[in-house]
Design a protein around this ligand. Structure first.
Ligand code: SAH
Ligand code: SF4
Ligand code: F3S
Length: 437
């Protein structure tokens, strides 16, 4: 039997597509392993959202040299970095056999056949002819969480972002297909369904059927079974009131909203082409908290965007202080070739970016700690993920707000929902005991 290794970088969309690549390879008879030294094929599913991806991938290619020499391992590069670089990548690194964008992964069998035939130096599929990645009944490494793309691509062109260039224009998946997939995963026993899109709340804009994100959520909640629905990411500019109402009404939708802020400065937001102001973002966050009691908010934040002054940065800190995100992904601005921001005047020094990032992280850590403390003595419904890494008599799970909870319990409870009373709160995890209600 032949072995294949899949290494995944980047976002949940890539995690989802790696699960599909895995299925395609298994259908071809490959055994999936993590052992590079035994691999007959290796696929690197790449990301290019920030610089650094390239170095990481070149490093990995270096590691693959030995096994390729020994076993003739076929090396494929998929994902956004592959889409961006195209054939150049294979020319630069002759050890690469296959370069393909993620809309082309259905062609993996053809590509492998061509390489195995020995007639091709390399095979490149980054064209748009396939348009959407195949929708396979994939299995996920996490036995609790399955993800489902609801839109592909993005139309927003935030000036810092490469995604619209590598993932193309926004395309919504027909609602019937999404509902069928949710049903399949729920029947298979998945307890958490993660809906994916670059801008989930513009779902349906390109469909002639009048479907939108609120309707989609409502229909998903009608599906029988005990499961939680999560989604990433909504765009603040498109967050309609009806979505808040659907969330408030439906216990099945997680009490956790990821609301990418990017910057707290209206001036910078304008330069970023985000289409909202500091005040509009703050009002939206307040409104969501009012309408969806108990919701926790998380965010993505960029520091050091071109022309960001100390005053602009203080606006970001101000929003973080006032809103109190439960957690945040925080990044230094990273210029991406081909994007509008990369050629803007006013690029900042790395030192300034670093210093601001550290101050933001310090503040956010304090806010995360404060958010954590609010759980004390509360009873939370927790999805049990399984025994904790350190102690098999201790279970780990997550609340509807996505907070990690540790508690004593039998591992038979894995994959079920239990009520846990929170006794102790640390910044990143809560400690409690199962209670019967
Ligand atoms: N479509 C999603 C996610 C996009 S990429 C959204 O709009 O939220 C994930 C995150 O990476 C972004 O939210 C942003 O914070 C960050 N990011 C994207 N491009 C970046 C860049 N050039 N430099 C630094 N961070 C970036
Ligand atoms: Fe990038 Fe903006 Fe689209 Fe998100 S919404 S993928 S940040 S362009
Ligand atoms: Fe990276 Fe592509 Fe996702 S660039 S963040 S893998 S959409």
């Amino acid at each position: 039997m032949k072995n294949a290794v899949i290494i995944t970088y980047g976002c949940q969309m890539n995690v989802n597509e790696s699960a599909k690549i895995k299925k395609i390879l298994q259908n071809m008879g490959y055994n999936i392993t993590e052992e590079i030294s035994e691999a007959d094929a290796v696929f690197l599913n790449t990301c290019t959202v920030r610089e650094g991806a390239a170095t990481q991938i070149y490093g990995k290619l270096g590691e693959l040299k030995a096994v390729r020499e020994k076993r003739g391992t076929i090396i494929g590069i998929t994902g956004c970095f592959a889409q961006e670089q195209g054939e150049d990548l294979a020319k630069k690194f002759p050890i690469i056999d296959i370069v393909m964008g993620n809309q082309n992964i259905g062609k993996i069998p053809t590509a492998l056949e061509k390489i195995e035939s020995g007639d091709f130096k390399h095979v490149i599929y980054t064209g748009e002819e396939d348009d959407l990645p195949p929708r396979l009944d994939a299995d996920f490494d996490s036995k609790k969480t399955a993800s489902i793309p609801i839109t592909y691509g993005c139309n927003n062109f935030c000036t810092y972002c490469i995604v619209p260039y590598v993932r193309g224009r926004e395309r919504s998946v027909p609602m019937g297909q999404i509902l069928d997939e949710v049903k399949t995963f729920v029947e298979k026993g998945y307890k958490e369904i993660m809906l994916l899109g670059q801008n989930v709340n513009s779902y349906g804009n390109d469909l002639a059927t009048g479907e939108n994100f609120a309707i989609l959520l409502e229909e998903i909640c009608k599906i029988e079974g005990e499961f939680l629905v999560r989604f990433i990411s909504p765009h603040p500019k498109d967050f309609a009131d009806d979505v808040m109402d659907v969330i408030a009404k439906n216990e099945k939708i997680a009490r956790c909203l990821h609301l990418p802020l990017q910057s707290g400065s209206t001036k910078i937001l304008k330069l970023m082409n985000r289409k909202y102001t500091k005040e509009q973002y703050m009002e939206l966050a307040a409104k969501i908290k009012r309408r969806v009691p108990g919701v926790s908010l998380t965010a993505d934040i960029i520091v050091g965007f071109p022309n960001e002054t100390e005053e602009d940065f203080l606006d970001t800190l101000d929003v973080v202080e006032k809103i109190g995100f439960e957690s945040a992904y925080m990044f230094m601005y990273s210029p991406r070739k081909g994007t509008a921001a990369a050629i803007m005047d006013g690029q900042l020094d790395q030192e300034v970016k670093k210093e601001r990032l550290q101050r933001l992280i310090d503040l956010q850590n304090r806010k995360s700690r404060e958010a954590s403390d609010t759980y004390k003595d509360k009873i939370e419904r927790v999805l049990v993920e399984g025994p904790s890494r350190k102690n098999e008599n201790v279970l780990t799970g997550r609340t509807s707000t996505n907070k990690v909870v540790l508690f004593a319990g039998d591992k038979e409870l894995e994959g079920t929902f239990v009520n846990v009373k929170i006794n102790d709160c640390k910044t990143w995890s809560l400690y409690g005991e199962i209670v019967n209600e």
